[in-house]
Design a protein around this ligand. Structure first.
Ligand code: NAG
Ligand code: NAG
Length: 293
């Protein structure tokens, strides 16, 4: 059931678990270093002021800081929790339900985008904005950060799959955790700061993921820059692949697992490419673009 790179460690994160976040960010980090080194330098200089002790010595690179918004929760800072998702109701039985909260991940990304690109922002705010953005670019691609099920069994919703109990393994006992763990593929949180062997693990995974889903394969998805359409795409994936073919209390079938792993691989890879494209467009100085074109 588990690949050779997967160990069994308990994870306390509740978004793509840390390795999934780092994999998406690593894909972006490598693309920036290879194709846009000056943007990569800008990223590092924005991270700089909050590196080291200020972020617990575990968030010193674009890759490692992708888990920082979840580190906040571990550190009892829960004020930003609602910003990690936009749970659009999947309501096949037509129950009467409350409207979706507006302080959601789409709102958060657009506002942190404003902070990141503002010319007057102080280093603290810019660094925080970038760190949140890297994380939210991952979360928005996890279908259960875009969807919540309402039904007779879940009249108050299943909280993005968190209340939807399933049987999988000792760490994964609900649908949300199943998808956060990349369907068991990325269940182990690689310790940060990353060791050289953990960087190699990420590099191997990134090669597999980007090999299975190249930019060319995803060219259609990459044309869309609308956060709302990204969340709708993920919502459709939730209906077709997350909630389809599994009932409460079941163990996911091999068919479910195989399909779901493809979806996860695609979504994490897409999050990496989109993060690259976003950072290039956000951090290319406007005046410079005008001068050069
Ligand atoms: C960031 O803001 C710029 C300028 O308003 C806008 O063109 C761009 O679409 C925004 N990007 C995101 C991801 O919100
Ligand atoms: C696709 O991913 C699998 C691991 O899930 C890997 O074994 C395979 O080599 C990858 N394919 C490519 C073309 O990279």
């Amino acid at each position: 059931m588990k690949g050779p790179l997967i160990l069994s460690l308990l994870s306390i994160c509740n978004a793509w678990w840390c390795t999934g976040h780092m994999l998406g960010a690593y894909i972006a980090q490598v693309e920036l270093m290879q194709k846009y080194p000056s943007i990569y330098n800008t990223v590092q200089s924005i991270l700089g002021p909050l590196n080291g002790d200020l972020t617990g010595n575990i968030a010193n690179t674009l890759t490692e800081t992708s888990c920082w918004a979840d580190d906040l929760k571990v550190n009892k800072f829960n004020e930003a929790n609602t910003l990690h998702y936009i749970d659009k109701p999947y309501n096949p039985q037509g129950l009467s339900i409350d409207p979706t909260p507006t302080d959601n991940i789409v709102w958060a990304i657009s506002n942190f985008n404003n902070t990141l690109i503002a010319s007057v922002t102080a280093p603290l705010e810019k660094s925080l904005a970038l760190r949140f953005l890297v994380h939210f670019f991952g979360d928005i691609h996890q279908p259960l950060h875009d969807t919540t099920l309402f039904s007779y069994s879940f009249p108050n919703s299943d909280y993005g799959g968190n209340s939807f109990k399933i049987v999988y393994d000792e760490n994964v006992n609900n649908l949300h955790k199943l998808w956060d763990s990349a369907i068991g593929m990325l269940e182990t949180d690689l310790p940060r700061p990353l060791s050289s062997s953990s960087w190699e693990t990420l590099d191997q995974l990134a090669q597999w993921y980007t090999g299975n889903y190249t930019r060319e394969d995803l060219r259609y998805e990459l044309q869309s820059k609308s956060l709302t359409s990204w969340t709708l795409d993920a919502y459709m994936l939730a209906i077709d692949y997350v909630y389809n073919g599994i009932e409460v209390g079941q163990t996911p079938s091999p068919e479910y697992v195989a399909l779901a792993r493809q979806i996860v691989m695609k979504q994490i890879t897409l999050s990496g490419y989109r993060l690259t494209d976003y950072l290039v467009s956000a951090l290319t100085p406007f005046t410079q673009v005008e001068l050069y074109y």
